[in-house]
Design a binder for this molecule. Structure first.
Ligand code: 16G
Length: 231
């Protein structure tokens, strides 16, 4: 029963009959409308909230969420390019930037000596002022000396690496996992409860085959969708 209720509401959201940020009828109204128990309605709504198609405002009801940002996975792009391609204004807030000694596993993949300097940059990424992701990039300092002296908040990291250090990133290996956000991630990403993050790990390689970036990201699972084309 709950799958049928969900399919009807999902359909109304997809066809635009229910527009983003519109309040949907209450559990009581929906239960009368569908002729099913409030428990069934609640189960359908909870599932849709978890998937990011609805959201709640405490004490105010349940609303239709905005459509997710869709990201094809075939091409290596930067956050700045991804958002600009969708007509959204990308921006960043710098959460931290420092140097640290490379731990053994990371040093191995980046082909640098263990304990040599790594630049670590942690940024909150926004699209049209909406908090979308937290990204922590690690780069061998020897490949981009003085990187921390640049303005890391108002320009694309990939553009900076290309223009100042001649590093042209051209491919990457990425893993993606769904996870519950940490308390800090939930706060920084202004996430409603019950929504997962997509945890992405990426090793990025230059045109010459040098692995020069390791990134750990957490994207809001209710705002972001990754698409893959299979052949
Ligand atoms: C993307 C990359 C991230 C990279 C950033 C550079 C994913 C999961 N991550 O967000 O690895 O550091 O772009 O963006 O795609 P920027 O050039 O706009 O600073």
């Amino acid at each position: 029963m709950f799958a049928q209720v969900k399919a009807v509401i999902d359909d109304a959201v997809t066809t635009g009959e229910l527009q983003p940020h519109r309040r949907i009828p209450s559990e009581r109204e929906l239960s009368a409308l569908f002729g099913v128990s409030r428990m069934t309605i609640r189960q359908a709504l909870l599932e849709m909230i978890g998937e990011g198609s609805l959201y709640t405002r405490s004490g105010k009801g349940t609303y239709v969420a905005e459509h997710k940002i869709e990201q094809p996975l075939q091409r290596l792009t930067s956050f700045t390019q991804d958002m600009a391609a969708r007509g959204l204004r990308p921006s960043s807030r710098l959460l931290g930037a420092d140097l640290l000694p490379a731990p053994i596993e990371l040093a191995h993949v980046l082909a640098i000596p263990t304990g040599s300097e790594l630049v670590r940059i942690r940024r909150l990424r926004l699209a049209d002022e909406q908090h979308l992701a937290i990204e922590t990039s690690h780069l061998p300092h020897a490949r981009c000396p003085g990187l921390l002296e640049h303005d890391l908040e108002h320009q694309s990291l990939y553009e900076l690496l290309h223009e100042r250090y001649g590093l042209e990133l051209s491919s990457a290996k990425q893993t993606i996992q769904a996870a519950a956000p940490t308390e800090e991630e939930r706060r920084l990403l202004e996430m409603p409860s019950g929504v997962p993050v997509l945890r992405i790990h990426r090793f990025t390689t230059t045109r010459e085959g040098i692995v020069c970036e390791f990134v750990q990201s957490a994207y809001r699972g209710d705002r972001y969708q990754l698409n893959v084309e299979l052949r």
